[in-house]
Design a protein around this ligand. Structure first.
Ligand code: KG4
Ligand code: ZN
Length: 385
């Protein structure tokens, strides 16, 4: 099959992933080994355990991705790997393996920013459907366990360039989902559980005062010039206040005992189903969960659309683990339709961490021969530009 067949490797957090993608537009395989079971007892990702699990999984995961794509080590054209941002020890496992492969096979090595990967997950699936047109400027909201970032993207030659116009000042949105689920005894990761439980509660039951999710921040970075003219306005987020508000709510409503009981009961079930969660949640808890999700979704959609209008963008991408959220997708779709702004998401499997997005983001770099030297290293706080 003609085209460039790139093997992507991703190990920045708690998923060991490998995928083969042809020319940034055709997914040939996509293997993800999740470590959720390892981290579940701790209610969050334990970095050392993550590195150890990546070491265990990387060889079989890469082999499976090659086999499912009907490829061998020799038949791929390049190896792409996440350089950062992420957990340094976890990143190093993928990077060391990718380097060893590139060296042994004498293939080009491509370093990819994880956040650019999330953006290219959208592009990969658009192209796969035969839709190659992208109208610029693009605004991309990358919303995950580690990030709530707004990027204005433009095209320079074949390469995408990015300007960050907003990010979270404290917790990321996914982190807020995870922490709130933990403090309500709902286990880890919190996003998928809260997503499913929210439809069973009243989203208007609990009000969170605006101070708990700071309003749109339009401070200028320098002199407050208008972003629509070339520019300097920020659209920052903040989600640590709402987490504290929920903690106070739990204390004020005497919910500690029932939270502990739920934690104990649910942790005794290997894979709790929706009915198990529902059987362990009273109306107050379901209303609290639904109200929390509504507050986060309203804030993400409100600020992102304010930024889209201020920057006069032509297209909106919403990507990252939290983009899997049902209510978030529906709200963005509704609001986008009202404004006449096309909104694109990855499918659910490509919203959360995967390696197909890394292989897709590597393709323009492959064309530009933008290869990484064998001595490049992990960058835990790598910026996207
Ligand atoms: O992109 P991702 O897999 O990893 C990072 O780069 O962080 O995102 C994981 C995050 C977790 O915080 C998880 O709770 C959240 O995405 N998440 C969700 C949903 N599925 C995953 N949050 C809300 N609703 C979901 N359906
Ligand atoms: Zn991610």
């Amino acid at each position: 099959m003609p085209g460039a067949h790139i093997l992507g490797i991703e190990s920045s957090c708690d998923e060991t992933a490998a995928a083969v993608v042809r020319s940034g537009e055709q997914l040939l395989s996509n293997v993800v080994a999740s470590q959720i079971a390892t981290h579940q007892p701790y209610g969050g990702v334990v970095p050392e355990l993550a590195s150890r699990e990546h070491l265990r999984a990387i060889v079989p995961v890469v082999r499976q991705a090659l086999a499912e794509a009907s490829h061998s080590y020799d038949s791929i054209d390049a190896i792409a790997v996440t350089q950062g941002p992420g957990l340094a020890g976890a990143l190093l496992v993928g990077i060391s393996y990718a380097k060893a492969m590139a060296f042994a096979l004498d293939k080009p090595l491509i370093a990819v920013n994880h956040l650019e990967g999330h953006i290219h997950a959208v592009l990969l699936e658009k192209r796969q459907k035969g839709d190659h047109e992208v109208r610029f400027p693009v605004l991309a909201l990358v919303v995950s366990g580690g990030h709530t970032h707004l990027y204005l993207a433009a095209l320079q030659g074949d390469s995408w360039t990015y300007e960050n116009i907003g990010h979270t000042r404290d917790d990321a949105a996914g982190e807020a989902f995870d922490k709130v689920a933990k403090l309500l005894g709902l286990g880890y990761p919190g996003g998928p559980v809260i997503d499913r439980l929210s439809t069973h509660g009243d989203p208007r039951a609990v009000k969170f005062p605006p101070a708990q999710i700071k309003h749109r921040d339009r401070r200028g970075r320098n002199d407050g010039k208008d972003i629509a003219q070339g520019h300097d306005i920020r659209f920052d987020f903040s989600y640590s206040g709402i987490k504290t508000a929920i903690l106070r709510y739990v204390e004020a409503h005497g919910m500690r005992g029932s939270v502990e009981e739920r934690r104990k009961d649910l942790s005794a079930i290997a894979k709790p189903r929706l009915e198990d969660y529902l059987a362990h949640c009273d109306k107050v808890t379901l209303d609290l969960v639904a109200s929390f999700q509504r507050a986060i979704v309203d804030d993400l959609v409100g600020k992102t659309l304010a930024a889209a209008q201020a920057c006069n963008v032509a297209t909106l991408f919403v990507t990252g683990g939290v983009a899997a959220n049902q209510e978030l997708r529906q709200s963005f779709e509704r609001a986008g339709a009202e404004l006449g702004l096309p909104v694109y998401f990855p499918s659910r499997p490509l919203s959360t961490d995967n390696a197909a997005m890394i292989a897709a983001a590597a393709y323009p770099k492959f064309l530009a021969r933008d290869f990484a030297p064998l001595d490049f290293s992990a960058e835990a706080s790598l910026l996207l530009r």
